[in-house]
Design a protein around this ligand. Structure first.
Ligand code: SF4
Ligand code: SF4
Length: 157
C-alpha cells in the first residue's frame, strides 16, 4: 500500500508537468548545464555521446544560457523542453530534473528546490561549471576527441 502524500508535498510530487505554472516549470532546471554540451551520435549504433564542448551561448561560470530569452533564435538547434517532449528526448541527461520528474522520480538532495541553494549542485560536482570549452574555441574535427562521462551519467545513453 502506498503512503499518501502530505498536504504540503512539493509541487513536483503533486502536479503533473502540464499542471505546473511557468514559474514552477522553469524552477525545475538545476543549471547542471549538461544539456548545453554538444552531443555526438554513432550512426551505426545510434548511441549518444556527450562532450565537454559547450554551446556558443553557454556561460561556463554561471552554468547557464547566456541569452535564455533569445536562445531559439540564436541557436535554432536548441530544444525547448515541454511537458510533452521531455519524455521523448532520450538524450537528456539521466540526472536532468525534468527527466527525473517525468519518470516519476524525486529530485536529488543537491537540487536547489531540495537544498535551498542554487550553489549546491556546483559544490557537489554535479554540474559542468568551469569544466567545458565553448564550441567557438574548438575545431569541429576535434569534437569527437572531447567525449566525456559527466557525473551521474552512464557510459552510453
Ligand atoms: S539537463 Fe535538465 S536540469 Fe540540467 S540544465 Fe539541462 S534542462 Fe536544466
Ligand atoms: S542556446 Fe542556451 S539553452 Fe540552448 S543549448 Fe545553447 S546555452 Fe543551452
Amino acid at each position: 500500500m502506498s503512503t499518501p502524500l502530505k498536504a504540503d508535498a512539493p509541487f513536483w510530487k503533486t502536479k503533473t508537468m502540464a499542471e505546473m505554472s511557468q514559474e514552477e516549470w522553469e524552477s525545475l532546471c538545476d543549471s547542471c548545464g549538461k544539456c548545453c554540451c554538444i552531443r555526438l551520435e554513432d550512426e551505426d549504433t545510434a548511441a549518444i555521446y556527450i562532450t565537454d564542448v559547450a554551446c556558443k551561448l553557454f556561460n561556463p561560470e554561471t552554468c547557464r544560457c547566456g541569452d535564455y530569452e533569445n536562445r531559439s533564435k540564436l541557436v535554432p538547434d536548441c530544444v525547448t523542453l515541454t511537458p510533452v517532449n521531455v519524455s521523448q528526448l532520450k538524450w537528456m541527461p539521466q540526472t536532468c530534473a525534468y527527466r527525473l520528474v517525468s519518470e516519476g522520480k524525486d529530485l536529488p538532495e543537491y537540487h536547489h528546490l531540495v537544498s535551498g541553494s542554487r550553489d549546491t549542485i556546483h559544490e557537489v560536482g554535479m554540474s559542468v561549471q568551469d569544466a567545458v570549452t565553448s564550441e567557438i574555441l574548438v575545431d569541429e574535427d576535434d569534437i569527437p576527441t572531447r567525449i566525456v562521462i559527466w557525473p551521474g551519467e552512464p557510459d552510453i545513453n
